[in-house]
Ligand binder design. Structure first.
Ligand code: OAD
Length: 236
């Protein structure tokens, strides 16, 4: 732990990549764990543009259920540790695959949400996008401006990442000295390839995850623990 701590302390440019595991201890279910969403449901039936076009009400039922689950969740010690280390670094970027907004709630600012945000909605007709925390009695919700069907402001399988977020992430991967990868199964592209990109150009890569992942092998240090425990220790 001490060597990894010194890499983090001494580097000028630090990148942190997070996935659903970082929010697990806040009570947000992961996708692929034993209680994960994708154990019960096929992602293709809920998280694709085709599924939404076929049955927007059903897809929205699932998002409404997730929104209500997340509404009751607070950032945990892992989120707070990431927000605290950001304040100590001149060059920092948090890249998150999470859509729950808990990093922002914890105080993270220099961050990109590459899979969007579950509290954002976008009109499928006029494309207007805004934050909307309504509970929605009637599904699918409709656009206040044009009456079109609203969709969640998240990235579905088969869709491109938001261009600005993806660009900022790639730039950071090209210059960071240390990359900490926490709470992701590293199975979904393009984030699954980020560790290899950073490693190839000589960055130190550190993984925080209770389980082995496809990137574990290329890491310079691996901490097999829960992020709410390991991240405060690593960044402290
Ligand atoms: P996954 O659910 O695939 O993986 C969660 C990871 O977190 C696993 O590797 C767990 O071992 C780890 N984990 C569980 N509890 C943890 C804890 N307390 N501390 C640290 N790690 C823990 O989630 P993601 O990798 O984020 O995309 O999934 C990537 C994308 O797949 C998601 O953004 C979502 C999903 O389908 C879309 O919906 C487009």
């Amino acid at each position: 732990m001490n060597i990894a701590k010194s890499w983090i302390r001494d580097c000028r440019s630090l990148c942190v990549l997070t996935g659903a595991g970082v929010s697990a201890e806040s009570g947000v279910p992961t996708f692929r764990g034993p209680d994960g969403f994708w154990k019960r449901r096929d992602p293709m039936s809920l998280a694709t543009p085709e599924a939404f076009a076929a049955d927007p009400e059903e897809v929205w039922e699932w998002y409404r259920w997730r929104r209500e689950k997340i509404r009751g969740c607070e950032p945990n010690a892992g989120h707070l540790a990431i927000a605290a280390i950001e304040r100590q670094k001149t060059d920092f970027l948090l890249i998150t695959q999470n859509v729950d907004g808990l990093h922002r709630a914890a105080g993270s600012r220099r961050m990109v949400e590459i899979h969007g945000n579950i509290w954002v909605v976008r009109c499928t007709s006029c494309r207007r996008e805004r934050e909307d925390r309504s509970r929605y009695d009637v599904l699918p919700p409709r656009c206040g401006s044009c009456g079109g069907i609203l969709r969640p402001g998240v990235v579905w399988f088969g869709e491109a990442l938001p261009r600005e977020a993806a660009g900022a992430a790639e730039e950071m991967l090209r210059r960071c000295e240390v990359l900490v990868v926490a709470g992701t199964s590293a199975l979904v592209a393009p984030a699954s390839g980020y560790a290899a990109v950073a490693k190839r150009r000589g960055a130190r890569v550190i993984e925080v995850n209770p389980d082995e992942t496809p990137v574990s092998e290329l890491c310079d240090a691996v901490f097999r623990g829960r992020s709410a425990e390991v991240l405060p220790a690593l960044f402290g």
